[in-house]
Design a protein around this ligand. Structure first.
Ligand code: 6GU
Length: 234
């Protein structure tokens, strides 16, 4: 998969692309990650990317020309273009899984008061990462890239995302590692038993319990199996 982030702050992504799992995914050619600085597409000598709003008011608005020219320089028939904006549809694990299927994803990051409304006609969708305001789209683009790169084939161990919180609509079960007792706090017996069927049941029950307690909204949108219904009753 190829990801192109269109931004006036390409350096924002430097530590992202050179750290840990994302670095390994890039080096292993699971993803081709590039940034394009739309300031380099401006035609005026002061390299302005924004201007004052028609109708008056505070702040600045990102102009069409540098952004649309930057977009045209990287877009082809296979590209899927996402605009990062607080007005977009809220990002989710489901959206991450869909975005991970595109051959070429382009993420457009804005700043200041926002984009000239006409830019919206050139994008396929708009995404927000939640109901709060960021200074720009870059932290949101980083979140989206991270969530989808880890889903690409060969980036993390095949079966480790099946257990992810959210991927099956439930929060993840509690995890423990050595020692078996830390400051008097013991690891649940069943996990030391080696009894795989009991361990699986315990984990499912804990996932259900945690989800019911912390995120009852997730249970409302999910159909429970017979086994899950029974475990929730226990
Ligand atoms: Cl995508 N952009 C900005 N500026 N703020 C946000 C956001 C995006 N998602 C949540 N807040």
């Amino acid at each position: 998969m190829r990801i192109t982030v269109i931004t006036i702050f390409p350096e924002f992504f430097d530590s992202f692309r050179t750290t840990s799992i994302i670095k390994r995914a890039i080096e292993g050619h699971r993803v081709d990650f590039e940034t394009v600085d739309f300031r380099s597409f401006t035609l005026d000598k002061h390299r302005h990317v924004d201007d004052t709003p028609y109708g008056g008011g505070q702040g600045m608005v990102l102009s069409c020309q540098p952004i649309i020219d930057a977009l045209r320089s990287v877009r082809d028939e296979r590209s899927h273009v996402v605009m990062m904006t607080p007005q977009g549809a809220t990002f989710s694990q489901k959206k991450a899984a869909r975005l991970a299927t595109y051959e070429h994803l382009i993420l457009l990051c804005g700043h200041y008061e926002g984009f000239d409304e006409r830019i919206r006609a050139y994008v396929d969708e708009e995404i927000s990462i939640g109901d709060y305001v960021l200074t720009g789209g870059e932290p949101a683009a980083l979140v989206v890239c991270d969530a989808l790169i880890r889903l690409l084939d060969g980036v993390i161990l095949e079966d480790s995302h099946e257990d992810d919180s959210f991927s099956d609509g439930l929060l993840e079960y509690p995890q423990y590692t050595k020692p078996a007792v830390f400051e008097g706090k013991a690891v649940p017996e069943v996990l030391l038993s080696g009894h795989h069927a009991n361990i699986r049941r315990w984990r499912l029950k804990e996932s259900l319990r945690k989800t019911k307690q912390r995120r009852p909204d997730l249970l409302q949108h999910r159909v429970l199996s017979k086994e899950e219904e029974a475990l929730l009753e226990e």
